[in-house]
Design a protein around this ligand. Structure first.
Ligand code: DD9
Length: 245
């Protein structure tokens, strides 16, 4: 993609993101309050999902979706790799409006912090062991109440898209709660908007719904974690082929 086109798309991205998230997003939250608890929640969560998909459409990025979202009645934990700021729109748009277990820095952005709260997300302060423990207890409680959760076990965005080793104990919640894990692999978001950049550089990305993994089939968190990490690594290799041509 030419430099000029890339810069023009980036300007469009910044203006579009501001108008969509901060202007339209504030209006959506206000309408949600006016509609009342039940109808308001349905309206806002629908708008969150629409935003996730629209983000790619408005950027002119084609999303290749491989595999099928499982039709499970129970709750599950989405475990996914992390490459770009586009990962969040991809999850909320294509997996569904799901709460995140994420680092507290995400809560610093106005409006986005309200949406994170709306989804029931839990933010952790990694330097604060007590706060982290409380947040994890809260996630366990919410899982029992039927919430899904999204976890990024690499703990940070990979600079070049390579799947980083999953952090120790990152799947402890899944292992202890015995809630099924839905591995979701992503490849290409970092090529569209790389880490530490706002330049829009590519127009193709891909994701894959992998098979559900049942924690009770594993004898330790480490075994479960290594298995899920492997599933995501292999799926990322498949996705590279999908967007190659
Ligand atoms: C209607 C705008 C929705 C913006 C959603 C942002 C969600 C971030 C988790």
């Amino acid at each position: 993609m030419g430099k000029l086109l890339s810069v023009m798309r980036s300007i469009w991205f910044l203006i579009g993101a501001f108008l969509y998230i901060f202007v339209y997003g504030s209006l959506v939250l206000l309408i949600g309050v006016i509609l009342g608890k039940e109808r308001g929640r349905n309206f806002v969560t629908k708008q969150i999902e629409v935003f996730g998909r629209a983000a790619f459409k408005l950027l002119g990025v084609k999303v290749f979706v491989c595999g099928k979202k499982p039709d499970v009645k129970s709750n599950y934990i989405v475990v996914t790799n992390h490459q770009s700021i586009l990962d969040i729109p991809m999850i909320i748009g294509f997996v569904g409006p799901t709460p995140f277990l994420a680092k507290k820095e995400l809560g610093k952005f106005p409006i986005i912090n309200l949406y994170l709260k709306y989804l029931g997300s839990e933010l952790i302060d990694r330097g604060n062991i007590r706060q982290t423990a409380t947040a994890i207890r809260e996630v366990m409680k919410k899982l029992q109440e039927g919430y899904h959760f999204v976890i990024f076990p690499e703990g940070t965005r990979s600079p070049d898209g390579t799947v980083l080793p999953f952090k120790n104990r990152s799947l402890e919640i899944a292992f202890k709660s015995k809630v099924p894990v839905l591995p979701v692999a992503m490849w290409g978001n970092h090529l569209v908007i790389p880490k530490h950049s706002l330049l829009v550089k590519s127009n193709k990305t891909a994701m894959k719904f992998c098979e559900l993994v049942y924690p009770e089939n594993f004898s330790s968190e480490e075994e479960l974690r290594l298995h899920v990490e492997n599933v995501i690594r292999n799926s990322v290799e498949e996705l590279k082929e999908v967007i190659k041509n």
